[in-house]
Ligand binder design. Structure first.
Ligand SMILES: C[S@@+](CC[C@H](N)C(=O)[O-])C[C@H]1O[C@@H](n2cnc3c(N)ncnc32)[C@H](O)[C@@H]1O
Length: 359
């Protein structure tokens, strides 16, 4: 998955900027239109006002985005903040965490007008030691991290990890001799139940294990958890938030998904064969939000919100509409975009917002 998506030459996300949106393979909230970024900017400004109440020296504040792709969200946020919050604008910086030189170039092209405000970093380790005072944000990033794919073996009562190998001119799944060290916590099969206290987990596992079908598949994304922990450790004061689709509760043993949640998309269609045409189709898996939230809490953050995108964005929009002088006119176009972002049949039903903060 890592190679198929991120190989510097052949990786899916390295080919072309327009894989997101109508011309591409899938929609994200960013591709719905400017409203997503505008509401995000409005919420960010409210949070910055809280920080600024204790920032009389007007120290710089940052928005840090990761997974910025072609820079579209950054542009929507920056345009809104420049136009509507000039005082805040003066001491605001926009940082982008971007390991790919090619994507940095796409972002640089789009954000040329904001050049003095925007700074790029390869990875969390490259940030100034002072860290981040402000907001760290990622939309649909964690679902794009590589996952380990594990299948339940009823005969042995253990999880087996699926790897990928070549055969007959193509790629095929193959069971690995042992679990990768990154997922060894699953050596205790009950660990698949997620964060619970030990006795609760044991009781639940005794009830569930006999019912778990042979070959039942789950995914684990340790790199997503490491990423969140690294982000949390750089946040000195402020908020860390992400929007994505995934499990909100701790249990990733979803009876409705016996084949797991790893999916491939091309031209807005689900592609059955995950291993077909690597580098030309997106690969994505559900985010385990409970595990991500726990990782943040272990790094000292407080969970402010773990809820449907629709609920969170409805509240932001309500406040935005009550302050028309700042938010501008609520046009028909904004209404249409708002419905797409929040209606349960569109993005509102499937997406979750996780917001954590460090006081
Ligand atoms: C599903 S796309 C979402 C793009 C955009 N945020 C949106 O919502 O339209 C995921 C993006 O995250 C990028 N990405 C993956 N791993 C990353 C990492 N470690 N740091 C920064 N970006 C990453 C991918 O290259 C891709 O551009």
């Amino acid at each position: 998955m890592e190679v198929a998506l991120y190989h510097p030459e052949h990786g899916y996300y390295e080919h072309r900027p327009n894989v997101v949106g109508r011309q591409g393979d899938f929609y994200t909230s960013v591709s719905v239109g400017r409203l997503f970024g505008e509401l995000l900017a409005f919420q960010s400004a409210e949070w910055f006002d809280e920080l600024d109440a204790r920032n009389s020296a007007r120290e710089p504040l940052q928005i840090v985005e990761a997974g910025a792709h072609d820079g579209r969200l950054a542009e929507d946020v920056l345009v809104w903040l420049q136009r509507h919050r000039p005082v805040l604008w003066d001491h605001l910086e926009y940082w982008i965490i971007e390991p790919s030189a090619r994507r940095r170039a796409w972002q640089g092209d789009r954000l040329r007008a904001f050049a003095p405000k925007v700074r790029w970093f390869n990875a969390w380790e490259d940030l100034p030691a002072t860290g981040v005072r402000g907001i760290i944000f990622a939309n649909e990033l964690l679902d794009a991290f590589p996952v380990h794919r594990l299948a339940w073996n009823q005969a042995t009562g253990r999880w087996i990890e699926w790897g990928v190998t070549t055969a007959e001119g193509g790629f095929v799944w193959t069971p690995l001799p042992e679990l990768h060290p990154a997922v060894t916590e699953l050596a205790d099969p009950a660990a698949a139940l997620g964060d619970m206290d030990a006795s609760e987990r044991q009781t639940a596992w005794l009830a569930i294990a006999p019912l778990l079908p042979d070959g039942f598949i789950i995914e684990r994304a340790p790199t997503a958890l490491h990423w969140w922990t690294a982000a949390a450790s750089r946040l000195k004061h402020g908020w860390l938030w992400t929007l994505d689709y995934g499990h909100r509760t701790g249990v990733s043993l979803n009876p409705a998904k016996p084949h797991g949640t790893l999916r491939a998309y091309r031209n807005h269609q689900l592609v059955e064969e995950l291993l077909a045409a690597p580098g030309t189709q997106d690969l994505t898996a559900h985010v385990d939000f409970a595990a991500v939230a726990s990782a943040g809490e272990r790094s000292g953050l407080t969970t402010v919100e773990l809820a449907e995108q629709s609920r969170v964005f409805t509240r932001i929009a309500q406040r935005a509409m009550q302050t028309p002088g700042i938010f501008g006119e609520w046009t028909r176009e904004r209404t249409r975009q708002f419905q797409t972002l929040t209606h349960p049949d569109h993005l509102g039903g499937s997406f979750t917002a996780l917001v954590q903060s460090r006081a």
